[in-house]
Design a protein around this ligand. Structure first.
Ligand SMILES: [Fe+2]
Length: 363
């Protein structure tokens, strides 16, 4: 999930405002907040934000709409996306809940507070012609356009411009990620390059089996999790260096994974290997780990890191024994946690992990 701190007082055109962005799990949103009236989705084609021109409101907006009676948030966004963009069977990423203070309007005569879910969706850029053909709601959405083409030239709903920022370029594209890995492997050649590719392949296979994970994003995160090794042979330093390397390029999610992949219990002492960075840098990592809320992508790369050798995917116990033989130890709680992660994703997929991954070794 993409996390942002709340930005109070974001003004809407009619005086309505965003009160806060709430980082509540999707399954709890309807239980804990009321009324949750709508679900919206920020759509990206490749790396570009897509908007629709609303014929009645005469402005460009993001997609989605009001919940129908009895609908879950996900059912609502699935229906709206099919109506407005003709897209079916796509992987939505739940971002969080937005708390609005709404001005009186045609629909409600009073000022009132309400909530809406926000999702992100990335499809490849070459799907635009297919979208144009399949979308049925042309009555309301007159035409589509990329935000970077119309910015400053056409009217875009102010609030939606803010919401776009909540689903921004936090991971690079697959092509960029491949280039970054290739360049890094050129600087510090080693089996870690093949290991990274295998983590990426495994992550993509697992994500394909999970409704709420984006396989392309999982693949990119796998490719880049060890990118800190571009700076030379290192241990804990690769985590620190990888995190900062990706963060400086604006890839916040990928940076987080470069950090969290080594700490499946979310504490610095989890690290198996030499602590080859200064005390100051260790403290920085400690406080980062304390402030991060891990999501399924963190768990996924942690698991895949514990499955992938340069030669291919192996059972998690074999990979942990491999680490143990190189470093002389492997903490029991870290071992147990990896087995827990295996079970976690097996439950999520409803399938045996090794059956899913057998295809990775064939590819
Ligand atoms: Fe790794």
């Amino acid at each position: 999930m993409i996390l942002k701190t709340s930005q109070n007082g974001q003004e809407l055109e009619n005086g309505s405002e965003i009160l806060e962005f709430i980082d509540v799990p999707e399954e709890d949103a309807l239980k804990l907040y009321s009324p949750v009236t709508n679900a919206l989705v920020v759509v990206k084609c490749g790396s570009r934000h897509l908007l629709g021109f609303n014929k009645w409101r005469r402005r460009f907006e993001i997609f989605g709409g009001c919940r129908e009676e009895g609908e879950t948030l996900r059912e609502c966004i699935v229906r709206e996306t099919e109506e407005e963009l003709g897209l079916k069977d796509v992987a939505f990423e739940y971002i969080g809940l937005v708390h609005y203070n709404m001005a009186p309007s045609y629909f409600s005569k009073e000022w009132h507070e309400e909530y809406g879910a926000l999702y992100g969706l990335t499809v490849s850029e070459d799907r635009l012609p297919e979208i144009e053909k399949a979308r049925t709601d042309k009555e309301e959405i007159e035409r589509l356009a990329f935000y970077d083409d119309i910015k400053g030239k056409e009217v875009v709903a102010q609030i939606d411009e803010y919401l776009l920022g909540l689903y921004d370029d936090v991971v690079p594209t697959i092509d960029v990620a491949k280039e970054l890995l290739k360049e890094a492997a050129g600087l510090n050649p080693g089996p870690w390059e093949r290991h990274s590719e295998n983590v990426a392949l495994a992550a993509r296979m697992i994500a394909k089996e999970c409704d709420d994970l984006n396989p392309d994003k999982a693949y990119v995160l796998g490719l880049l999790h060890d990118i800190g090794r571009r700076f030379g042979v290192s241990f804990l330093a690769h985590v620190y260096d990888g995190y900062h390397f990706l963060l400086e390029r604006g890839y916040k999610d990928a940076a987080r994974i470069a950090l969290t992949h080594s700490f499946n219990l979310c504490k610095l002492e989890d690290y198996v290997g030499k602590f080859d960075i200064s005390e100051e840098k260790q403290d920085e990592l400690r406080s980062l780990l304390a402030s991060i809320k891990l999501d399924d992508y963190d768990y996924l790369i942690q698991l895949c890191d514990a499955l992938a050798l340069p030669e291919g995917i192996v059972p998690v116990e074999q990979r942990m024994n491999d680490v143990k033989s190189r470093h002389g130890y492997y903490p029991q709680d870290k071992w147990d946690r990896n087995l827990f992660l295996k079970e976690y994703f097996e439950n999520k997929m409803g399938k045996d992990l090794y059956e899913v991954l057998m295809q990775t070794n064939k590819n």
